[in-house]
Design a protein around this ligand. Sequence first.
Ligand SMILES: Nc1ncnc2c1ncn2[C@@H]1O[C@H](COP(=O)(O)OP(=O)(O)O)[C@@H](O)[C@H]1O
Ligand SMILES: N[C@@H](CCC(=O)OP(=O)(O)O)C(=O)O
Length: 258
Amino acid sequence: MEKKRLVVKVGSSTITHESGRLHLRKLDMLARVLSDLGNAGHEVLLVSSGAIAAGCGKLHFAGKPQTLEEKQAMAAIGQCELMYIYDKLFAQYSRKVAQLLLTKRDLEDEVLRQNALDTLRVLLKYQAIPIINENDSIATDEIVYGDNDTLSAITARLVGADLLVLLSDIEGLYDADPSRDPKAQKIDVVETIDAHILAMAGESSSSLGTGGMITKLQAAQIATEAGCDMVIASGADPCILYDLIEGKNCGTLFRARR
Ligand SMILES: Nc1ncnc2c1ncn2[C@@H]1O[C@H](COP(=O)(O)OP(=O)(O)O)[C@@H](O)[C@H]1O
Ligand SMILES: N[C@@H](CCC(=O)OP(=O)(O)O)C(=O)O
């Protein structure tokens, strides 16, 4: 099997229950599959959302708070919880993890970007799995727009990944938002992200997700222009990553522009 550098992004709705509490079974499976891919020789980076949802779940809030500073505080509480669980779950599979909290603004700065890349290279050298999230207590735009999707694409571009996978609560890009149009059809492959494709994307329909398909298509533009294939696929069963690595079509593939 060809060894790949892989960035996987998981959305809030994938790793939490409707209550906002962490979906431990899915997180465990994710840790197991990513560790196994590492054992098979792939280099794996994880971009994980879910801090705000986990913080709200921990405080037993029904739904996300409205104000930005409340969301930022929830993210600060939830991020600890998230990393504590990831650390424990990955340890079961003898895998080290590392936390990086980044902002898009950090990665636009040449010096800071190089620092982040240097850190990531060393982590990959030691076969640790970097777990990246936005630095939500300072990065306000990201919370508002749900930009872990584009952050994952910027990360994939930074490390020269072969494949970026966005695991979501939906199987891929549909020609219309399936939560509004029951006749919507899944698109298997997108060769060019043109106005026709962009017009298909709607916002998030879940109470936990942010950004919906719009930010996923923005991510696809960044990744494919950087020569990285990107797939949107269902995060219901993280074992789907095995099929995706083997090139099986089980989501929507956005083909890299080479
Ligand atoms: N054209 C579309 N195809 C698929 N999903 C769409 C589309 N337009 C809007 N959506 C919505 O985007 C949601 C996924 O985005 P989001 O809720 O932000 O997930 P995540 O938490 O994984 O980032 C889907 O559940 C769906 O309701
Ligand atoms: N950084 C925020 C997530 C923002 C975001 O992009 O959310 P999602 O649409 O679930 O990927 C958090 O950890 O809650």
